[in-house]
Design a protein. Structure first.
Length: 255
């Protein structure tokens, strides 16, 4: 069961109302309930003892809650996710992610030769669809602070399960995720590696200038290019080379 802001506020508010002794007693009850480490307990109790009764309790409470929230955010932001799908030809995904006016990039992980980059993709897992298991965020924070190998392993397992589980309604995406934990890094992580095998363009953008630039770059690097083309004869999308699409268009005009 995760610790609530109400419990923290209830314990700390006693400082101004009843003095530090009662506040310390309530905090010790809180420590026992959530199994805080000795180091964590001492740090918080030291702050309480140095806290003056003349100081506004509301400011102190907000500070403590704010620190807890910041710790939660640091844990969350340290996790980097690279999301894939094993299905490039899902019409629902083309419609949802780019309104049928975009591209899809196919990666071939076997092209990766650098050992250090291979290690990044070792932790690539298939997403499970269903209900996420409940977990205690305080336990996650404790695991990250204490650096106990056994406890950290348990916490990492909890985080991975959370990050690789999605609601059943997303099942059609057939998603895979590469997970990477990096502290003190804002934004994403750039990994320079050539692992592209195919680029799929929707026909609606085939003749745009930006598409021409990407196709030229693909030809230089030896990547295949395919076009997502809606066939009026078959009433469904096909994925063909540019040459094949142009041939099909000529045939349709001759009918």
């Amino acid at each position: 069961m995760p610790i609530s802001y109400e419990e923290i506020e209830n314990a700390l508010s006693c400082i101004a109302q009843n003095g530090t002794k009662i506040a310390t007693f309530k905090l010790k009850q809180l420590f026992k309930k959530y199994r805080f480490s000795s180091k964590q307990q001492q740090e918080i109790l030291h702050t309480i003892k140095n806290y003056s009764t003349e100081c506004p309790s509301e400011e102190f409470i907000k500070s403590c809650i704010g620190n807890l929230k910041q710790t939660m955010m640091r844990v969350r932001d340290s996790m980097k996710i690279f999301a894939f799908t094993s299905a490039f030809d899902k019409d629902s995904m083309w419609a949802y992610y780019c309104q049928n006016r975009g591209i899809c990039i196919e990666y071939d992980l076997s092209k990766i030769k650098d050992v250090n980059i291979k290690r990044i993709f070792v932790n690539t897992q298939k997403v499970r669809y269903g209900r996420k298991a409940k977990f205690n965020y305080v336990e996650v924070i404790k695991g990250k602070i204490e650096h106990d190998p056994k406890y950290s392993l348990k916490v990492d397992s909890t985080i991975i399960n959370q990050l690789t589980t999605k609601n059943q309604s997303w099942r059609a995406e057939e998603e895979w995720r590469t997970l990477l934990c990096i502290k003190d890094v804002d934004g994403g992580v750039r990994v320079p590696v050539d692992m592209i095998s195919v680029i799929y363009f929707d026909y609606s953008i085939l003749y745009e200038s930006k598409t021409a630039e990407i196709i030229e770059y693909a030809n230089i690097n030896g990547w295949d290019v395919r076009v997502r083309y809606f066939s009026p004869l078959e009433c469904e999308y096909r994925y063909e080379t540019i040459e094949r699409i142009e041939e099909l268009e000529r045939q349709l005009k001759s009918i």
